[in-house]
Design a protein around this ligand. Structure first.
Ligand code: SF4
Length: 114
């Protein structure tokens, strides 16, 4: 079961994607597209190498997203981020605090071999 930090991040991402889909004029009109993007993001979080200690994905040295998904997520966050504060102030502030966490040491399997 996901811990507090991962669960909160999932919730924040779900709300941001939802807002983007419903309100952003640039959102794609393609059945199920954003549900799939959300499911993809959830899966990345479930498998995150840092687990509950994770840094913000945008500062992550591994960055486990496929490039196209990463770009799309950046676009969603750029648009939805500033609009979240009024709708979900607590989640947004916690998300901002999480974003400033230091990046932990890379897990062993990702460290360069000496
Ligand atoms: S990008 Fe980095 S922090 Fe984000 S889910 Fe992937 S491994 Fe974890």
């Amino acid at each position: 079961m996901a811990g507090k930090r991962i669960s909160r991040e999932k919730e924040t991402i779900r709300k941001m994607i939802d807002l983007y889909e419903k309100r952003c004029p640039q959102a794609l009109d393609e059945e199920g597209h954003y549900q799939r993007l959300n499911a993809y993001a959830d899966k990345r979080l479930d498998k995150c190498a840092f687990g509950e200690e994770k840094p913000a994905c945008k500062r992550c040295p591994i960055h486990c997203y496929q490039p196209a998904k990463r770009e799309e997520m950046k676009q969603v966050m750029r648009w939805a981020g500033p609009r979240m504060l009024w709708r979900h102030p607590v989640l947004t502030i916690l998300h901002m605090i999480d974003g400033r966490r230091p990046v932990p040491e890379l897990p062993e399997k990702y460290r360069p071999k000496k």
